[in-house]
Design a protein around this ligand. Sequence first.
Ligand SMILES: Nc1nc2c(c(=O)[nH]1)N[C@H]1C(S)=C(S)[C@@H](COP(=O)(O)OP(=O)(O)OC[C@H]3O[C@@H](n4cnc5c(N)ncnc54)[C@H](O)[C@@H]3O)O[C@H]1N2
Ligand code: MOO
Ligand SMILES: [Mg+2]
Length: 418
Amino acid sequence: MVEIRKPIQVAEAVERVMKHVHKLQTEVLPLEDTYGRVLAEPIVAKHDVPPFDRSPYDGFAIRAEDSTGASGDIRKAFRVIGEIGAGHVADRPIESGESFRIMTGALIPEQADAVVMLEQTVENDDGFTLRKSFEAGENISRQGEDAKQGEVLIEAGTVIHPGTIALLATFGYAEVRVAKRPIAGVLSTGTELLDVADELEPGKIRNSNGPMIRAQLKRMGITYTSYGMMEDDLDACTEIVEKALQETDLLITTGGVSVGDYDYLPVIYERLGAEVLFNKVAMRPGSVTTVAVLGDKLLFGLSGNPSACFTGFELFARPAIYSMMGCSAPYMPRIQAVLGEDFKKANPFTRFVRASWSMTNEGIVATPAGFNKSSAVSSIARGNCIIVLPSGTRGFEKGMVVDVLLLGTEQGVERWEL
Ligand SMILES: Nc1nc2c(c(=O)[nH]1)N[C@H]1C(S)=C(S)[C@@H](COP(=O)(O)OP(=O)(O)OC[C@H]3O[C@@H](n4cnc5c(N)ncnc54)[C@H](O)[C@@H]3O)O[C@H]1N2
Ligand code: MOO
Ligand SMILES: [Mg+2]
């Protein structure tokens, strides 16, 4: 008799996975190698930024009071006593009526308290004249205006992106403590599977899930070991899953999780003594997505159907992997958008529609990316986001406001309400 599975809600499934996440150790890496890693220490301002008052323009550093009363008719004259390029410092303070020619980024000389842009001056033999007066502090980038010494600027648990790298470099973090990255195992199951380079044969298809999952991992900067493709052979598959579990921190398999005669993953979990967290989720595609746990390792049994497989990875594996690295915002960012076309399919389960978003005069519009069955591969290719359509509705109409999960960004959110 076939097993009747009881679906659980998506939020509950996500929660069960996240509860079983084991945090990885941390390690110290050279700054250049930290892109995409998760900070294991906060970034604390080690000094003010900028570290000194500096010029935001190429121009002249003056005492503002010397410009008082300047106008088109009464031009004020300044004598230039030297030049300060960025990286150099003035050899003496300025005095009344004096100025330094100063370049963007250079330290403001003592006694100067304003900068005049080159364009605002008329130059003459020993200096320049001005036609407007300046306030004290005008055109000065103040020490500490960007960051104050001791401020916590970025919390631990943040994914490092190019901007984070700039900040780390600013404070001289030549080495950074980050979370270790997990090594993921990837295994595609299915006797019907051919390799990418193979010619089609009757009844067979090429393995698209393996390369797709590996790319989804790559997009997150996660390294993996590929266990290739396995025919639906219970003993051989059990053996390779066992081996993979010894060599990796988590395992992602594709296919074989439903109730078919050759869907062996449920039996493999049983043989290994893994605890199945769920094997039916009230979602489409991906209702058969199964997650099991053995010791401190998560086993993601993603569906063989490509759209279900893709969605299962983004909904469950992505946040779990980020969370293993201590990331505090592990979930895909969620925005709201206007639905670009009718989506009339009835919705007994929450539906995750591969879609593409764009900015229009009506705001952000998300449009389903074509053929949207669980088995679809073309819509994954066309999509850049996932529309979330809640269950229990008759269908959605163009123009309605819908929730959209954004793909392909290292940015995330702390929680989801799905
Ligand atoms: N009697 C029932 N049948 C099915 C149910 C059910 O509840 N009762 N669920 C259906 C749903 S929903 C889905 S989704 C699929 C899930 O199947 P599996 O996860 O067991 O995956 P497979 O049977 O191995 O394959 C399904 C489908 O996907 C193709 N596939 C598999 N691997 C790959 C790959 N690496 N690259 C590309 N395509 C792949 C495979 O050829 C099948 O067409 O079960 C339904 N059945
Ligand atoms: O799991 Mo299936 O993908 O619901 O369609
Ligand atoms: Mg199956």
